[in-house]
Design a protein around this ligand. Structure first.
Ligand code: ARG
Length: 250
């Protein structure tokens, strides 16, 4: 009996572990940031090098905060769970700020605004109405999945661990459409040179960085660093480099 009680107490202690506060992070000199590393052009691995708009932006924010960065990569679906387990300080991986996610984590002010777009082969379904009776590929755990499920009359939704696998399913003709980020879609259209086309947006979303729920000291510093990057030209420079336009929320 006693043994069980001890184990439970230990478990409670474990789950009650605290996220690192801003003071603790600052003192250590290094911030631990998690991303997926498979979501071009936002976060991706080029060989062994982690790069992309969000990676560059987070590195710039950390620099502004006077910190070194330790990057951690995780499958997309595990990122917010690991945050709850204090495995890193924050997550930047194109998470849309949704009511559902806000139950589990806190989000910074948005670091970009975007939408979920339908991408298909020429002649394929270009909007929600045309998706009736069709099969769609999406990455698992995403707002694309959540929103595609609301489309009436869909035949099937196929989920993939990685967004790039969902795109590959479209290219291979295994689905009628892929729903993904509109900027990713534009890159795919360019790379495939006319073999795919981008249709309508199914929804719009604001993308933010996630901290552990209640980590208000870190949230405040990240928001301040983001505001600074937005006003001093750092953000505009990166955004133009990756997208040829400024993707901040307006
Ligand atoms: N914006 C979408 C969402 O909020 C997709 C994010 C996918 N991110 C990634 N790193 N694969 O769910």
């Amino acid at each position: 009996m006693k043994k069980v009680a001890l184990t439970l107490a230990a478990l409670t202690l474990l789950t009650a572990a605290q996220a690192r506060t801003w003071a603790e992070i600052k003192q250590s000199g290094t911030i631990k940031i998690a991303t997926e590393g498979a979501f071009p052009p936002f976060n991706l691995l080029k060989g062994k090098e982690l790069t992309g708009f969000e990676v560059d932006l987070a590195n710039a924010l950390a620099k502004g905060l006077g910190l070194k960065v330790q990057w951690v990569t995780q499958p997309f679906d595990n990122l917010l769970i690991g945050l709850g387990q204090d495995r890193y300080d924050f997550v930047i991986a194109s998470h849309g700020i949704t009511p559902e996610r806000l139950k589990a984590v806190d989000f910074t002010n948005p670091h970009y605004c975007t939408g979920g777009a339908v991408v298909t082969k020429p002649g394929g379904p270009m909007n929600a109405a045309a998706l009736r009776g069709k099969t769609v590929a999406v990455q698992v755990g995403t707002t694309y999945l959540e929103n595609v499920r609301k489309v009436p009359g869909l035949k099937d939704v196929k989920t993939f661990p990685k967004d790039t696998d969902a795109q590959a399913a479209l290219m291979a003709g295994r689905v009628d459409a892929w729903v993904g980020d509109k900027f990713t879609g534009l890159d795919l259209v360019k790379a495939q040179k006319g073999k795919v086309v981008q249709g309508d947006l199914l929804f719009n979303e604001k993308i933010g960085m996630a901290v552990k729920k209640g980590n208000s000291s870190l949230l405040k510093e990240l928001n301040a660093a983001l505001a600074k990057a937005l006003s001093n030209g750092t953000y505009a420079k990166l955004s133009t480099q990756y997208f040829g336009t400024d993707v901040r929320c307006k």
